[in-house]
Design a protein around this ligand. Structure first.
Ligand SMILES: *Cc1c(COP(=O)(O)O)cnc(C)c1O
Length: 403
């Protein structure tokens, strides 16, 4: 089934969701064809990114957008854009900065992916405390704390969007607006719902980074950065190929107004964030499919996968399988087994990974006693193998009555 080049490379069954370390999600229908089509033409990459920008603007409501190599790349480019703006001298100097380079971020939103912001030259100014999570208080970061951290060296506010983010984005964007500070939103994993493509721009974000390789179903090494045109222009100048003479550089005027620039920067700090044309075509096909399929059809497809596994495993399973997230506003249905303690669940996770047909499940740090199957990356042909492996790992009825 898989070609010679893969022979000998172990594969796995991914019931953990679209994680990069497990090679991301299956490509959406139409993506492979788009990748192949891209190979039959040559294009100017400014023209192609301008074309992508129009499609991204339509899907997100943003003024402009670019295809990057992932949300982390988007964070690096967004930060570089906020620091350098349209100053080509500052672009050339990054990550060294002499102007404003402070990025304000809530302590409770710090995470490993913000390394991209720091790589672009930002210095984080952390605010607030997640006292509820610490179990030593009730408050989280508050809007006034963003306001009081703003100073002459502030270059941007970083906001990491999730269901737990606090305060709501609109309250932070009101502060950012009032002080004319760009607001960068990490929305890498915030699709679905499809409405989130437009939501963060509508709520006042100046730049939003999405992953292309999670639920969008684009190549795992892609992402979208969308937002304000002047900032997207700066980002574009810092990751597209600038090895070009100014008199032959003719970017589409609706994408980059070259008259605004006093010169061309050299290869930028974001050079490593460049996707190829095949990935860009693939991402655009995935975006089309994501919008066309819609939340209800996508949710039904995932729910059917959960039901198929649950129905087969129920007769031999203790604890009982449960499908959660079946409500119309729930993002992703999950098949869950709740064990009496996290040790038993950890043993199950480990035995599912071990040996043939290695099955990887999702670990939720807030409920480690649960064994959780995420349906997003499961291909139909993998489901019978997953069911067989899961039944083999379940303690047999004899074991249970004997204990
Ligand atoms: C996955 C993720 C990223 C990184 O996205 P890539 O597209 O893999 O670069 C960044 N931030 C958050 C919150 C994520 O979940």
């Amino acid at each position: 089934m898989i070609g010679d080049i893969f022979r000998g490379c172990p594969t796995l069954i991914n019931a953990a969701g679209p994680l990069t370390r497990l090679s991301g999600a299956p490509l959406a229908p139409g993506v492979l064809e788009a990748i192949r089509d891209a190979d039959s033409v040559s294009v100017d990459m400014f023209e192609l990114q301008a074309h992508a920008s129009r499609a991204i603007a339509q899907a997100t409501g943003a003024e402009a957008g670019v295809v990057t190599t992932g949300a982390a790349a988007g964070l690096l480019l967004a930060t570089a854009a906020c620091i350098a703006r349209l100053d080509t001298g500052r672009m050339n100097a990054l990550p060294n900065t002499d102007g404003p380079n402070e990025v304000i971020v809530a302590r409770g939103q710090r995470n490993g992916y913000d390394h991209g912001c720091r790589a672009a030259g930002a210095r984080f100014i952390e605010i607030g405390m997640s006292e509820g999570l610490a179990g030593a208080g009730i408050r989280d970061v508050e809007p006034w704390e963003y306001e009081s951290a703003i100073g002459p060296r502030t270059t941007a506010i970083l906001y990491v969007q999730s269901s737990r983010s606090h305060p709501p984005l609109a309250e932070v964007s009101a502060v950012a607006r009032a002080h004319d500070i760009p607001l960068i939103v990490d929305a890498a994993a915030e699709l679905p719902p499809g409405g989130n493509l437009k939501r963060f721009v509508a709520e006042g974000a100046d730049l939003v980074a999405y992953s292309g390789g999670k639920v969008l179903g684009g190549p795992a090494g892609t992402g979208i950065l969308c937002g304000r045109r002047d900032l997207i222009v700066s980002a574009a100048m810092q990751f597209l190929d600038m090895d070009i003479a100014r008199n032959t550089w003719l970017p589409p005027a609706d994408f980059i107004d070259s008259a605004q620039l006093r010169g061309l920067p050299r290869q930028g700090i974001g050079r490593g964030c460049k996707p190829g044309k095949n990935e860009i075509f693939g991402l655009l096909a995935a975006l089309d499919h994501f919008v066309a399929e819609g939340d209800a059809a996508r949710h039904a497809r995932w729910r059917d996968t959960c039901r198929q596994i649950s129905d087969s495993i129920r007769p031999c399973s203790s604890p009982e399988p449960m499908i959660e997230g079946l409500g119309t506003t729930d993002r992703v249905p999950l098949l869950t087994f709740r064990y009496p303690d996290s040790t038993t669940a950890n043993e199950m996770r480990a035995s599912l990974i071990a040996g043939q047909d290695s099955v990887h499940t999702r670990l939720d740090p807030f409920r480690p006693e649960c064994l959780i199957f995420n349906p997003i990356c499961l291909r139909p042909a993998e489901i019978p193998r997953l069911i067989a492996k899961l039944s083999a790992c379940m303690p047999s009825p004899g074991d249970r009555t004997g204990s």
